[in-house]
Write a protein that binds this ligand. Structure first.
Ligand SMILES: [Mg+2]
Ligand SMILES: [Zn+2]
Length: 150
């Protein structure tokens, strides 16, 4: 199987012909179903977006772990998040580039999980706080005094 990505509309995608890549009960390619759901054109062979907006990532994590997450709740999830922050710290100190990369993914995934558990829309949060400039000085790039946050 080729590992390179493909675009919708190409009818020669071998992944879509595999039974495991068809959406259950619909007979349609999983990629097509997910493409509609996420409104995203470039997808993994499994059908999930290759590059995601924050909202798409939040939905992806919800699809993957939503039920478990709501059972675990904010407190338990926060503990896992902090554990992953610790793993990122260790990887940055002495891990390989590959280990560092994957720990960034873990920390981001658990932060998104925490937002899901707390009912926070990350797209909206980032847009509101950082969408129009630095929260301190409202400029891009930031021109806050160096003593304020070096
Ligand atoms: Mg980890
Ligand atoms: Zn600033």
């Amino acid at each position: 199987m080729p590992r390179k990505s493909w675009r919708p509309g190409s009818n020669n995608n071998p992944w879509e012909k595999m039974p495991c890549h068809r959406a259950p009960g619909t007979g349609r390619a999983l990629a097509e179903v997910v493409r509609r759901r996420y409104n995203h054109s470039v997808v993994f062979p499994t059908g999930y977006p290759m590059s995601m907006t924050l909202g798409q990532l939040q939905q992806r994590i919800r699809d993957l772990y939503g039920e478990k997450d709501s059972r675990r709740g904010v407190e338990g999830t926060f503990m896992w998040f902090m554990e992953e922050v610790g793993e990122l710290s260790a990887a940055l100190r002495g891990g390989s580039p590959e280990e560092q990369t994957l720990e960034f993914a873990d920390v981001l995934a658990w932060l998104v999980t925490l937002a899901n558990c707390s009912g926070v829309d990350l797209d909206e949060a980032i847009a509101r706080k950082y969408g129009t400039g630095c929260p301190g000085c409202a400029q891009t790039p930031c021109v806050c005094l160096r003593e304020y946050k070096p």
